[in-house]
Design a binder for this molecule. Structure first.
Ligand SMILES: [Zn+2]
Length: 224
C-alpha cells in the first residue's frame, strides 16, 4: 500500500517533468523550423529552460524574438541594401508604454526592435520593411537613413530615472541581436551607430551612459 502511493507520487512527478520538457523542446524546435528566430515563447517556459539548462540571456536572446506586438508604422524600402543599424533609447518609463506608442498609427514612429531592460526582444516591424524613425537623419552625406537601416529601441528612462547604467541583461540581448543582424545582412561594425550620430545636435540618444566600449569589445561596433 505504502509503496503503491510512493510509486504514484514519483510517477506523476516524473511524468509532469517529462511533459513540460517535451512541450518546451517541441515548441522550441517547431518555432525554429518556422523562422530563424523563434517567436513569442512565454516567459514561464523561457525561465524554466534557463533554470534547467543554466543558460544565460546571452545564449538565449538571439533565439527568441517576441512578435506578439506589431506596428502598422512602416512602408516599403527603396531599392537600397540594409547596411546600417541605429540604436535609440526610449526615454520612457516602461517598455510597454514605449511599445504602445511605437504601435500607435497616430504617433507615426516605429522601430524594428525594442529590447526591454530584462533582455526580452520584441520585433515590431519586419526587417524587410522601412521603420519610421530617423526621419531627417544623415550619415556621411547620405540621407534616407530609414531606407538602409534597422532601428533598435532600448527601453531606458534616461534622465527621468537619474541616468542609471544600462542593465546587463539588456546589453547581452543587444549584443546577441547585433551579432545575428550583422551576420544576416553583412553590416560593417562601423555602421552600427547611435541616433546621436545620425542626427547630431538634434538627438542625444542612446546617451552618455550607453556602453559603446562593451559593443566594441564584443566586435559588434567600431564607433570612435
Ligand atoms: Zn532615437
Amino acid at each position: 500500500m505504502f509503496m503503491a502511493i510512493w510509486t504514484k507520487i514519483v510517477g506523476s512527478a516524473v511524468g509532469a517533468l517529462l511533459g513540460a520538457l517535451l512541450r518546451v523542446a517541441g515548441g522550441h524546435f517547431w518555432n525554429k523550423r518556422q523562422s530563424p528566430t523563434a517567436e513569442g515563447m512565454p516567459d514561464k517556459e523561457l525561465a524554466f529552460l534557463r533554470r534547467i539548462f543554466g543558460l544565460s540571456p546571452k545564449v538565449f536572446a538571439h533565439i527568441f524574438v517576441d512578435r506578439s506586438r506589431r506596428s502598422p508604422n512602416f512602408s516599403s524600402r527603396r531599392d537600397t541594401p540594409i547596411d546600417m543599424v541605429v540604436i535609440h533609447c526610449t526615454n520612457m518609463d516602461s517598455w510597454d508604454s514605449a511599445i504602445v506608442r511605437l504601435c500607435n498609427p497616430v504617433s507615426e514612429v516605429s522601430s524594428h526592435y525594442v529590447i526591454a531592460q530584462d533582455g526580452r526582444i520584441f520585433g515590431l516591424v519586419d526587417e524587410a520593411k522601412r521603420a519610421w524613425h530617423a526621419r531627417v537623419a544623415e550619415w556621411q552625406g547620405q540621407s534616407h537613413i530609414n531606407d538602409r537601416s534597422l532601428e533598435i529601441e532600448l527601453d531606458y528612462p534616461g534622465h527621468r530615472a537619474g541616468l542609471q547604467p544600462y542593465p546587463e541583461a539588456q546589453i547581452f540581448a543587444l549584443i546577441a541581436l547585433l551579432r545575428d543582424i550583422r551576420v544576416r545582412h553583412d553590416i560593417p561594425a562601423q555602421n552600427v551607430l547611435g541616433h546621436e550620430d545620425v542626427a547630431p545636435g538634434r538627438k542625444v540618444d542612446p546617451g552618455e551612459n550607453f556602453p559603446w566600449q562593451r559593443l566594441i569589445e564584443a566586435g559588434v561596433a567600431a564607433r570612435g
